[in-house]
Design a protein around this ligand. Structure first.
Ligand SMILES: Cc1cc2nc3c(=O)[nH]c(=O)nc-3n(C[C@H](O)[C@H](O)[C@H](O)COP(=O)(O)O)c2cc1C
Length: 347
């Protein structure tokens, strides 16, 4: 309530990225205080054995995770863990540091409870981030999402080597690794969602697998059924451990926001409410095509306990969110978990 009534109106007067950094930097300072973390955890965290999930050899205290992109550099882990998330996915990280695209590059669409972003994989680089991650003291799983450094590769081999570099570094510290083959915002054309390139990527990356660290693949929202079918088949042949679906979309259909504003914003990935139905439909599509023990993380437009329950009942093991945090505030993971606990308690 405090977030919606007081903080959100204040933050929404700022540009979307400035608002993100304002909240982020405040939390970064506050998380140095054990008393603050204790207080947040007491208010936000919902603990119950009924929420616990074990999948791909990892145990998650609850199924609600933070999606990639919010804490790209792994700077806010204690604060985020105290907020009640069951796991955190950091990144995307890339082998080389990247400043991303020019600003402005993140836009709110309040009429759709959505965001459009073209951040372009801004991050401090795999080595620095993985070093920071090694020093973590939180006790929930942390996944590392890896992508290709934007704008520097002239051929497929060097793009693949970029993933391999990040993969090896991530393997030293991650609880799981997500291969992000779906970032729509780097503008350098080549996508590893092309089935043959994807096969080559897996053939080069997976031999560096570390025991006990599952590898997941993250798909775009825009992949059509037949392409997705092919990518899943290749993944299953290579014994990928799980899937994250979906990333943002380049589509703009069915929005409430004025077309002129959409036009002015320009390129970028759409996230939040408008992604809900696509993401929902991907859960059963993927679940029907993978081995039962494989992990499926559903992400896209999850903003309530009902949304999360729907994904879990359709075949996801875990869920993630990002955009709804901007609209609903930091108490959202706790609210979703309280709803799930109540439902599971009754069941
Ligand atoms: C500002 C922003 C940055 C993002 N950056 C990344 C990223 O670096 N890597 C990635 O895999 N996904 C990234 N995502 C996508 C999210 O992880 C998620 O897949 C997508 O936003 C859909 O979930 P949501 O509707 O809950 O936001 C980003 C999303 C946003 C809004």
């Amino acid at each position: 309530m405090i977030y919606q009534k007081l903080l959100r109106p204040w933050l929404f007067r700022m540009d979307a990225e400035t608002a993100h950094h304002t909240v982020f930097n405040q939390l970064k300072k506050l998380q140095n205080s054990d008393a603050f973390l204790q207080l947040v955890s007491e208010i936000a965290a919902v603990k119950s054995p009924s929420l616990q999930i074990t999948t791909s050899g990892l145990t998650f205290p609850n199924p609600v995770g933070l999606a990639a992109g919010f804490d790209k550099n792994a700077e806010l882990l204690p604060g985020l863990a105290a907020s009640g998330f069951g796991f955190l996915e950091i990144g995307s990280i890339t082998a080389q540091q990247s400043d991303g695209n020019p600003k402005p590059r993140m836009f709110r669409l309040p009429a759709d409870e959505a965001l459009i972003n073209r951040m372009g994989l801004n991050n401090e680089g795999a080595a620095a981030i993985c070093d920071r991650l090694k020093k973590r003291s939180i006790n929930i799983p942390v996944g590392v999402n890896i992508a290709k450094t934007p704008g520097v590769h002239k051929n497929t081999d060097s793009s693949i080597q970029d993933y391999v570099t990040s993969f090896k570094l991530a393997s030293e510290t991650a609880d799981y690794i997500t291969l992000n083959i779906s970032c729509p915002n780097t503008g350098d054309g080549k996508s590893f969602e092309d089935p043959e390139l994807f096969r080559m990527l897996l053939e080069n990356v997976l031999p560096h697998r570390a025991p006990g660290i599952p590898v997941f693949v993250k798909f775009s929202a825009d992949t059509d059924d037949s392409q997705l079918e092919k990518l899943i088949k290749i993944s299953e042949e290579h014994e990928v451990d799980g899937y994250v679906a979906v990333n943002t979309s380049t589509f703009r259909n069915g929005l409430n926001t004025a077309p002129e504003l959409i036009e002015r914003i320009g390129k970028g990935g759409l996230s939040g409410r408008p992604l809900r139905s696509t993401s929902e439909s991907r859960v059963s599509f993927i679940r029907e095509r993978i081995a039962p023990q494989k992990t499926l993380i559903s992400v896209g437009g999850i903003a309530s306990g009902e949304d999360a329950l729907n994904r879990l009942e359709s075949g996801a093991n875990l869920v993630q969110l990002y955009t709804a945090l901007v609209y609903e505030g930091p108490q959202l993971p706790g609210k979703i978990n309280a709803f799930l606990k109540e439902r599971y308690g009754r069941g």
